[in-house]
Design a protein around this ligand. Structure first.
Ligand code: TPP
Length: 620
């Protein structure tokens, strides 16, 4: 049974993300949507496991904007809904997000943004609390998994009480920390969706939008008053030093003060926008100086500075790093500085000092490696600009491939290629994954075709969203419950959009692939038109898991020392992590080899062959 289905009163050790999922279940959520993205993915992943059982509709949507719209549609039909995304996902959904701050909602609507300070798995550290300020949407932050559960449940009520979408901001250390969560009762809401036509609200023509903005501003005023007594905010402690903190930073601050054993007055804020002004003003009257501890930018700090009397100094990012994540020692040292105490030596980070540096690698058997190898070989000597995208294939950035010249945000490989194809003379090759293709590749491909930009697009179709841990997408033929769904063909989509040259090739068949890349590149340059190749081969890890379940025996590969001429192509150019050099000769580690067999195919003297009787992945 799923950990999320425990009875009322039970206690479980949950990830912050799972706690959000449980909170939504307790609130009686009806519809949950998301596009995967670290650190938010487990919210929907865990909910999808129990959804059918509980009568909740869950979907992995094509992208965050669509996910948002699907959940919002449920809300304006009176249902409770939640949509979850990583911080940059909200950029994709920003257009609809901004409009919902005006229109408001009907059923409780919770938007979860999981921010990623320190860019553990993201291209930036953006602090999405500013979206609330920007879009007239209240923002909340939990400081532990337990609070994440209770706050999520409560926010559905807040959303309904104020007819407002609400933004629940998590950060990596809340999403991915485990904590004890006490289960409350599950509210089994038996709501029936019913959309009441109300053009004055749901049609944002200027005449309505002007009025709705005024209503949104009034709503924010009411929310500000409501936040003065918000049940998750807490003032406690005694002392001349005041600490105002939110999110996981509050937990660090409490721990730091515990270590220091100094008197401190705390104001823990869970409702971070609109801030409870009177509460903060009254807090400022009780202390001599203030430290604001928050993860991200100076969001609360700037408000507090504006509210503080002249004689109360407000500190924050002057003493704490304005980037990355906080930790207890960093917060403790900021407090020490304020109290004129000697700073504490920060702990040596184990990762830097003791673990040898390793760059992330494509897995053994990864079809992207075969694609990059073939493309690099095929286009040797040509001036090529490779636009890249976000996914496992971003690792083509690393040597020996170095076939990623740009990676900025999802879908940008095709958008940038479209522009470069119109401006520079080099051959432009755009790499995009299958999930990314459906996420934001489609409009850019339409543009490439419309502008007839001479681009060779290579869709790295490994039949899954691999980077975020194997979620289905519109091209996989499965839905969030792993049941069969309508499968959309990338090739047919490309042809439908007007790409004249579309081919599907298996990157494991390296020789054909290499030859066909050359042919396609020449076709693009000669005809000055776009071409698209689908490099189709299932993710090796995903394929192996499936084949193991079917008890298919996969062989590993080995090097025949007598035949090997030590050309090192398999080591230096193919760079599979399963191939090492032992006594001057390549050697394949049977524990790492996934049996893809591509090394056998690239060896110029046939020195690599099957080590056992099983099948190679290339035979499947
Ligand atoms: C706007 C946005 N949403 C989500 C993500 C998280 N994310 C990064 S890559 C990726 C998809 C990768 O799948 P695919 O394109 O199929 O490539 P693969 O990893 O399978 O090679 C996702 C969901 C992101 N970086 N940005």
């Amino acid at each position: 049974m799923s950990i999320l289905l425990g009875p009322e009163g039970s206690k479980e050790l949950l990830l912050g993300n799972e706690a959000v999922a449980r909170g939504a279940i307790e609130a009686g959520v009806n519809v949950v949507t998301a596009y995967p993205g670290t650190p938010s993915t487990e919210i929907v992943e865990s909910l999808a496991e129990v959804a059918e059982n509980l009568g909740i509709y869950v979907e992995w949507s094509a992208n965050e904007k669509v996910a948002f719209e699907v959940a919002f549609a449920a809300s304006i039909s009176g249902l409770r809904s939640l949509t979850a995304m990583k911080h940059v996902g909200l950029n994709v959904a920003a257009d609809i997000f901004m409009s919902t701050g005006y229109s408001g909602v009907v059923g409780g609507f919770v938007i979860v943004s999981a921010d990623d300070p320190n860019c553990h798995s993201s291209q930036n550290e953006q602090d999405n609390r500013f979206y609330g300020l920007h879009g007239y949407v209240p923002v909340y932050e939990p400081s532990s998994p337990g609070e994440a559960k209770n706050l999520t449940r409560y926010l559905f009520e807040v959303s309904e009480k104020f007819h407002s979408p609400v933004l629940l901001r998590l950060t990596t250390r809340i999403s991915h920390t485990r904590g004890v969560v006490e289960y409350g009762p599950v509210n089994r809401l038996k709501r029936k969706a019913s959309f009441h036509k109300d053009k004055r609200r749901w049609v944002l023509l200027p005449v309505n939008a002007r009025r709705l903005k005024r209503e949104a501003l009034q709503r924010m005023k009411k929310l500000q008053n409501f936040h003065e007594n918000f049940p998750f905010n807490r003032e406690w402690g005694e002392g001349e030093l005041g600490i105002i903190a939110s999110g996981v930073a509050y937990a660090h601050a409490v721990e730091a003060v515990g270590n220091l054993k100094v008197p401190v007055r705390f104001l823990k804020l869970s409702s971070v926008y609109p801030l409870p002004v009177k509460t903060i003003e009254s807090f400022l009257n009780k202390v001599r100086q203030v430290l604001v501890v928050e993860e991200g930018d100076s969001f609360i700090e700037n408000f507090v500075k504006a509210l503080a009397p002249k004689d109360i100094p407000v500190h924050g990012k002057d003493l704490l790093p304005p980037y990355g994540e906080l930790d207890t020692i960093t917060v403790e040292n900021a407090i020490r500085k304020l109290l004129r105490m000697k700073p504490k030596e920060p702990k040596k980070p184990v990762t830097v000092e003791e673990v040898p540096p390793r760059s992330p690698l494509l897995c053994p058997g990864c079809p992207h490696r075969a694609t990059f190898y073939a493309v690099k070989m095929a286009l040797r000597g040509k001036n090529v600009i490779y636009t890249g995208d976000i996914g496992c294939y971003t690792l083509g950035y690393n040597p020996p491939f170095e076939v990623i010249d740009t990676t900025l945000c999802m879908g940008a490989s095709l958008g940038l290629a479209s522009g470069l194809g119109k401006t520079v003379d080099d051959l432009i090759v755009a790499f995009i994954g299958d999930s990314t293709f459906f996420h934001t590749g489609l409009p850019a491909l339409a543009n490439i075709v419309y502008q007839q930009s001479p681009i060779l697009t290579i869709v790295l179709d490994n039949s899954i969203t691999a980077m975020t841990g194997f979620q289905p997408h519109p091209g996989t033929g499965f839905n969030a419950y792993w049941k069969p769904a309508k499968k959309i063909s990338i090739e047919e989509v490309a042809k439908g959009l007007g790409v004249e040259y579309v081919k599907t090739l298996d990157p494991y068949d390296v020789k054909t692939f290499l030859r066909e890349i050359r042919v396609a590149a020449e076709w693009v340059q000669k005809n000055k038109k776009p071409a698209l190749i689908v490099a189709k081969r299932e993710c090796a890890l995903y394929a192996l898991a499936r084949l193991r379940r079917r008890k298919v025996k996969i062989t590993t590969f080995q090097v025949d020392k007598d035949k090997c001429i030590k050309c090192m192509i398999c080591v230096d150019y193919f760079a599979c992590p399963a191939i090492f050099v032992k006594d001057g000769i390549p050697w394949i580690d049977p524990l790492l080899c996934t049996g893809c067999g591509v090394c056998e195919r690239i060896c110029p003297v046939n020195a690599i062959s099957k080590a056992g009787k099983g099948v190679a992945l290339y035979e499947i």
